[in-house]
Design a protein around this ligand. Structure first.
Ligand code: DAK
Length: 258
């Protein structure tokens, strides 16, 4: 599929995807959602970390496209929300880590896209918010679900009920982002983070992601058992042998994704 709204750079196992709709501050219309769906459904097998950002200096994603949503009826609203929610869920469940490099406005569907990623880092110009109730709707791409998980009920309810946008420093304080950088450093820091991840055993990173996500909603005993099984699976890999023997031999491991 040819993409009109996605700019993709794929180098050294790190793929950077920039959403690019400059006229609407990268707001998500249904074509962008379909392009995103196609991209994440066909992500090249050699990609080990995906970085998602917004094209331009001002915005990550300024939400879902209000001009497209304006005249939807109930069924159409459901279909639009479902399309976005399913794409974001595909991003969340990709077998590789996904980093959101939030370079500006991350409002509504933009904040929700960032929250579907594994790790969020931000420029000090970024702003996060769920302003939907001011438009007569609620967050529709799983924001009511993920925001509370990330920052707790109290902050999530305050942000969603008031629609107040918060700056990057507040997002850092409440745990919505992991780190804040000068705008010109953001992409280099995202790549540095990706490089630190891909230095490790690929299968172990994949199993770690799968385990953290699967265990989050389980009761303690079930979660611990899940981890025990996942831990056991690591010992079927050549990379486990390589990692441990390299440590014992005081050499650098050469992981082969096997
Ligand atoms: N949609 C469409 N166009 C947008 C947009 C958006 N979300 N955000 C900005 N734009 C457009 C503006 O209309 C403007 O277009 P022109 O007038 O130049 O044609 C252009 O981008 C530049 O924006 P501004 O002139 O407003 O720029 P400022 O710097 O003054 O302000 C801003 C930047 C980001 C603070 C402001 O544009 C703004 O407040 N934008 C709207 C942010 C927002 O409310 N986002 C949340 C959207 S609602 C659901 C599914 C999904 C959702 C809900 C339900 N289901 C159906 C279940 C999700 C909803 C949302 O995300």
């Amino acid at each position: 599929m040819e993409y009109n709204y996605l700019k993709i750079k794929n180098e050294n196992a790190i793929c950077t995807l920039a959403i690019s709709a400059p006229k609407s501050l990268n707001a998500l219309n249904s074509t962008i959602l379909k392009e995103l769906d196609d991209f994440v459904s066909n992500i090249p097998a050699d990609v080990r970390v995906l970085i998602i950002t917004g094209d331009g200096e001002k915005s990550f994603v300024a939400g879902a496209d209000i001009s497209e949503m304006c005249n939807l009826n109930r069924e159409e609203g459901y279909a639009f929300g479902r399309l976005g929610a399913l794409v974001f869920r595909k991003i969340e469940t990709l077998p590789i880590p996904v980093i959101a490099a939030v370079n500006g406005f991350a409002l509504g569907g933009g904040c929700e896209l960032a929250m579907a990623c594994d790790i969020r880092i931000a420029s000090n110009k970024a702003k996060f918010g769920q302003p939907e109730v001011g438009l007569g709707i609620i967050p529709g791409f799983s924001g009511t679900y993920r925001l509370a998980k990330l920052v707790g009920m109290g902050y999530a309810k305050e942000m969603i009920y008031t629609g107040r946008a918060i700056r990057a420093d507040e997002a850092l304080r409440i745990g919505l982002v992991n780190a804040v950088y000068e705008p010109e450093q953001l992409m280099a820091e995202a790549e540095a983070l990706a490089i630190r991840i891909i230095a490790n055993a690929p299968i172990a990173v994949r199993i770690a992601k799968e385990s953290i996500d699967a265990e989050y909603d389980l009761a303690a005993d079930d979660a611990i058992l899940y981890e025990n099984n996942a831990f056991g699976r690591c010992f079927e890999t050549q990379d486990q042998k390589e990692g441990m023997s390299a440590f014992l031999n005081k050499t650098k491991p050469e992981f082969r994704n096997k």
